[in-house]
Design a binder for this molecule. Sequence first.
Ligand SMILES: Cc1ncc(COP(=O)(O)O)c(C=O)c1O
Length: 385
Amino acid sequence: MDSFTAVLPADPLEVLRRRRSAKWQTYPADVLPLTVAEMDFGLAPPIADVLREAVERSDTGYAMAVPDLGRAVAAFAARRWNWEVDPAAVTAVADVGVGVVELLRSLTRPGDAVVISPPVYPPFFDWVPEAGARLLEVPLAHGADGWRLDLPALEAAFGTHPAACVLCNPQNPVGRVHTADELAALVRLARIYRVTLISDEIHGPLVLPGASFTPLLTVPGAADVAVTVMSASKAWNLAGLKCAAVVTAGRRLAAVTDRFPPDTVWRFGHFGVLATVAAYTEGEPWLDRLLTTLDHRRALLSRLLWDRLPTVAWRPPEATFLAWLDCSALGRDDQARDRFLARGRVALEPGLRFGAVGSGYARLNFATSADILDEATARMAASVP
Ligand SMILES: Cc1ncc(COP(=O)(O)O)c(C=O)c1O
């Protein structure tokens, strides 16, 4: 179904099944996995080249992120989002999870409260206790226009003096791109109540046509209260290579990364740094094709769900390649998701993993071929009464 025009080809199923990554090894061979956030497209050519050349040089030693990573992040952020980043304020870490946990260790004391807003990427629930802090959940507000930050509830929570708030922008799994106005209101609250904001912006490059991304640190006043963690690992499918970047902007928060354990500099991947620098420096034409492709898949999924699973409700995401499906008409908790797997042999992420508000939901990864989406939705439809 894919043509050679603007859209990216995805490998056929028999080729994908040979991959050794988590997405393709977790389920038996008869299951179509639309689960963990890996994509089924081929690597961006500049990244494949840089990795191939490193293998040819036997260049598989320890990583060295300075100065290339900071320069690449800064140049990309300036071109893409008009965001001025100081290359010296970019600190490499193994992945976004490590970045957030180390930031929380630096910024909180044992037992401090840390705000998160479910439904949200499941490790958020683990990162906070891993750092010795305590979760304070302020769910997103859910209305006719979808999911958004619940600013009044956040203000009430900030009034109890949590140490930090971990933001997901854009937000996995709902695909919401928080607006500049919402982020400005959040920054205002953070300044009033002295709450440090940690913004996970891993999905920032994956904002789809129709929405526009505001990096938190571009919001006036954010530099003193916010720190960002970003990575090329979602948009260019590099999660296994282990490289992400913590970015600060103000003097107060610049010191936070100085408190990271000294061995942090040996814990990110050499291939991760090489691939990330290539992605940010030479990977934009491929990224633009990816966004066109995901826009098409998003529209295709709308049609397929409408035709085949009319009781499943969804709001197409503004960003990410993740569809947050309201399957509550088919059962509570994870019943629909379990039935899609058991009877349809299609694996989706269970909604409850994203918080109690995920009951009745399932998350579908649409970064795949039109053929696989067609087959998956046909099987899902056949599995329900
Ligand atoms: C919001 C969010 N943060 C972090 C991650 C994982 O990033 P990393 O593997 O760099 O920890 C994901 C993965 O899907 C994600 O969706």
